[in-house]
Design a protein. Structure first.
Ligand SMILES: [Zn+2]
Length: 471
């Protein structure tokens, strides 16, 4: 595949980048991919499980690697042991900066479920195994390689970038974010203010053994916490009481479990299914996708009914309600006066959590059950999927594999990009490494790994996108 795609990539780069760097040269990809792999292995071997994080070691590694290449860096320590790194390649200022970012912390591991050391960066059968391989050290390695290649192949060759390219490595993304992007925005906004940002949060999917599509996240659902509390008479368990709070809560939860929020097709979702329907392998689902993307309300309904059976698609078609915790009672022989459940509710962008709660109250229809928003998420504007950044990603992907489709994507998970979008940036989420469902499911799970060929593909995708948007 690569052998076929490379001449196309080179030709495209030559025609597209006339104004960057007439002297920019196509990187030596075989040594670049070796270099990226080595950096990723080095970073996986630094255990940055959060808590406690200890990301400073990775920040120092990135810092010294880029400084040795002559790239300007700014290293901060937001809290003891936590790191924050900003690196900058200066452009000529004719366009506003582009930011590429990743987080250095990882989630913890269940050591007994791994057959290799999660922090040894072992290579086996074409995969690199390790915590952080796909979330998010792979992206950090690809981003840093992009900086190194731009420095060597554009700037050092006498070429120019039309905008600054800013690299950011953050701490504490997996546990609160107090020492991450929020800290940088608060303390050094001047260093990171950009027109476009590339963050984690997308997908590059292999379906049926074939690279199929790149989903670029341009908007995301908003996460809220809602508490359902049932009230009732307390007393000794030996005398059963009508209105027992736990039974009452059970009835309320059963009704909430049966409730489905209405279908709402956001512009991103329409475009997502419209593009995907052109390449989707399963005929029934392919038709349903085209239906959902149509403007005929009957077809939209029919398509949504089919796609709703697939949990990941159902989650982008409507607000989602998941029960996550239960609380009630203090002794096995005492009837409590109160029992409660925690719901995690993810609303589609621009939809109000208060309206969801109002619907749930109606569904439960019990004055002794209260439903309250206990943590309110913040909505952010969607980024434009016709912007030059999105187009640059599309061109970069097409140059690598013309058969792939690039779609905008509304993510069900929350990312730091929401913060950036609220701040006025156009932020896009990628996971540039082609993966099948099995590989992707290992994120935050056991035996996390990255296919070596995918690491190379992802690095080229990011480099190609940044080069194009900064030409
Ligand atoms: Zn992540």
């Amino acid at each position: 595949m690569m052998a076929l795609a490379r001449p196309i990539a080179a030709a495209l780069l030559m025609t597209l980048s006339a104004s960057v760097a007439s002297n920019a040269q196509d990187p030596d990809w075989s040594s670049a991919s070796k270099e990226t792999l080595e950096h990723l292995q080095a970073m996986i071997r630094m255990n940055t499980s959060n808590p406690p994080g200890n990301e400073l070691q990775v920040a120092k590694y990135l810092d010294s690697t880029m400084r040795a290449a002559g790239i300007e860096t700014h290293l901060f320590e937001p809290a003891p042991g936590r790191g924050s790194l900003v690196a900058v390649l200066k452009g000529n200022g004719s366009k506003k900066p582009v930011l590429i970012m990743g987080h250095m912390d990882v989630v913890g591991v269940e050591r007994d479920k791994w057959t290799v050391d999660p922090f040894a960066a072992v290579i086996q059968d074409g995969y690199l195994y390790g915590r952080g391989a796909i979330d998010d050290k792979g992206m950090l390695a690809a981003n840093m390689e992009t900086m190194l290649l731009l420095k060597r192949n554009v700037i050092d060759k006498g070429g120019t970038l039309s905008r600054d390219v800013i690299f950011v490595a953050n701490s504490d993304e997996e546990a609160g974010g107090d020492f991450g992007m929020g800290w940088l925005i608060e303390h050094h906004p001047e260093l990171i203010k950009a027109e476009f940002a590339l963050n984690e949060g997308g997908r590059t999917r292999i379906v049926g053994g074939k690279r199929l599509y790149v989903a670029v996240q341009n908007t995301e659902k908003v996460s809220h916490v809602v508490t359902v509390t049932a009230h009732g008479p307390g007393g000794h368990a030996s005398i059963p009481l009508e209105g027992n709070a736990i039974f009452r809560l059970g009835r309320a939860l059963a009704k909430i479990g049966d409730h489905q929020e209405p279908i709402v097709i956001k512009p991103t979702t329409r475009e997502f299914f419209s593009q995907l329907s052109k390449v989707w392998p399963n005929a029934g689902e392919k038709r349903a996708m085209a239906d959902v993307a149509s403007s005929d309300s009957g077809r939209v309904k029919r398509g949504a009914r089919v796609l709703s059976r697939i949990p990941v698609f159902n989650a982008v078609l409507r607000n989602g309600i998941s029960a996550t915790m239960l609380k009630g009672g203090i002794r096995s022989n005492v009837i409590p006066v109160e029992a409660s459940a925690t719901l995690n509710i993810r609303t589609l962008p621009d939809l109000s959590i208060d309206s969801v709660v109002a619907r749930l109250k109606k569904v439960v229809n019990d004055s002794l059950v209260s439903i309250d928003v206990t943590e309110r998420g913040e909505d952010s504007p969607a980024s434009d999927f016709h912007s030059p950044m999105f187009e640059a990603i599309r061109e970069s992907v097409k140059a690598l594999d013309p058969s792939m489709t690039v779609v905008p994507y509304l993510s069900t998970g929350a990312t730091d990009s929401a913060r950036l979008r609220t701040w006025g940036m156009q932020a896009f989420g990628l996971l540039p490494f082609p993966m099948n469902q099995d590989d992707e499911d290992r994120m935050h799970g056991n035996m996390e790994r990255i296919p070596l060929a995918s690491l190379d593909f992802g690095t080229r995708m990011i480099y190609g996108a940044v080069l194009r948007v900064a030409r």
